[in-house]
Design a protein around this ligand. Sequence first.
Ligand SMILES: Cc1cc2nc3c(=O)[nH]c(=O)nc-3n(C[C@H](O)[C@H](O)[C@H](O)COP(=O)(O)OP(=O)(O)OC[C@H]3O[C@@H](n4cnc5c(N)ncnc54)[C@H](O)[C@@H]3O)c2cc1C
Length: 529
Amino acid sequence: MRRWNGWGLDSIDVQPRPATEDFLRQAIGASERPRDATLAEAASAIGASRLPAHPLVEVDPRVRLLHARGQSFPDWIDLRSGRVPTTPDGVAFPTQRAQVAELLSYAAEAGARVIPYGGGTSVVGHINPLAGDPPVLTIALGHLASLDALDEESHLATFGAGVSGPALEAQLRAHGYTLGHFPQSFEHSTLGGWIATRSSGQQSIRYGRIEDLFVGGHLETPSGALDLPCFPASAAGPDLREFVLGSEGRLGIITDAVVRVSQLPEEERFRAFFLPSWEVGSRLVRELAQARLGLSMVRLSNPIETRTQLQLAGHPTLAKVLGGVLRLRGLDDRRCMLVVGITGSKRHVHQVERALRWEVLAAGGVAAPKAIAAAWRRGRFRNAYLRNALWERGYGIDTVETALPWARVTSAMNHIEDAAKSALEAEGERSLVFTHLSHVYPVGSSVYTTMVFRLASDPDATRERWSRLKEAVSQAIVLAGGTISHQHGVGADHRPYLLTEKGKLGIAAIEGVLSALDPEGRMNPGKLC
Ligand SMILES: Cc1cc2nc3c(=O)[nH]c(=O)nc-3n(C[C@H](O)[C@H](O)[C@H](O)COP(=O)(O)OP(=O)(O)OC[C@H]3O[C@@H](n4cnc5c(N)ncnc54)[C@H](O)[C@@H]3O)c2cc1C
């Protein structure tokens, strides 16, 4: 079963080592676990549904509660405290495309708003009903999950859009293919959600972001059905797929998606290295991206993230010994850890690894023990579970991400980190802040910053603390000229910052497209713009 008020399956429990708590105590102070409400307590506060009865619509308070929030920090506060002021009035689980169209007609007749729901892993408030909304119908797509067609000649696969990451990969693997889209939320997020939020997977350098993989499909909208035919390329005016990518449930419901798939790679290796400093490390990853060396993944941690990662990995002795060895080889506390993935034919993997080692050595770096890259690989989806364990020790974690041209990457990182560190100073609180670059492009990079801070005993005080942090870092991103989101989308939380990025005319153009397909503003209003 999925945790109702945290991340992942409740059968998976990832606990930090004792040294982690000491580390956090020293960095930001001791903390205590706030009281969590039970599911029964939270469900008992939910009012009666305002929707008329329909055989496909469930109105049980628990079902409504389980579809009321995603995974953003304020979502966690609501769920953990049991104070969930807005829930959908009903949740439908269509099993066929025709039922989606039927549910949209039912919602129109009932004057209801509609929220499409994939895996509910949004971290920016995408799927939350808003205060003051008329009745809300959430349409959960999880039963539209089959591989409906595989064109092996063209490498195209057609899926029901509610398919989750593992189910999608398992169906493709059976035929020797992969989509290669692995966001950290892979276990629970869905193909439709990836498309609707412009998601990016960990190995996007090899396979591409979801916009490179989404080739066509079918949408049910309040104005009717929209088909997106598949072409290898087209010069026939603006590409309608671009309207659907990042549409955040506001245009309609993606029922089927055709995606570009790849044959399973012969080999996949992950390797870790240490570079002498951020300046050296960021220059190296830029040069690797610009030379298109053929890596599938790159993650360069700054010095604080490098230290924190080794501590959180729970190897204090290993960290100490490793620190000593690295110092002997001339790498002091400014060192940065680089983890890379190399994927492809055996020959490609061998050649790229050899070339990479040479580049790292030339930059004054050293290869890390293989156990470090192996630990990253093991934890690539599991580390998200640490959020549960740290919350239960009184610590909150949130992340922000942006992307900018290379010339501005380091200064933006410094501004974002400074904003996060100083945001809580007025109330005498500290935050632990660290950053990595994880999706690198020839022209720039994403910048991904993590913030750890203490929870207050009162949920409202925790919410205020988070709001101060979130506003400070979002302003810093906007001032640095970065996009408000490289991969998580806009939702409700980033909406105030979109105008700066798109401009008035840009927002008007987006609104024009939305109102063409959804003239009454029924689909997930209050999100995106
Ligand atoms: C621990 C964790 C790690 C994460 N790591 C990453 C990462 O590495 N990369 C990344 O890109 N994101 C990441 N995310 C964010 C999140 O997983 C993505 O935004 C994901 O794409 C959301 O997919 P979902 O199926 O859960 O969508 P949901 O959260 O259910 O919905 C998100 C939005 O998409 C809309 N939507 C969903 N399905 C459809 C559909 N079929 N038709 C129309 N609209 C639809 C919803 O209305 C909503 O607006 C992470 C989140 C968590 C909690």
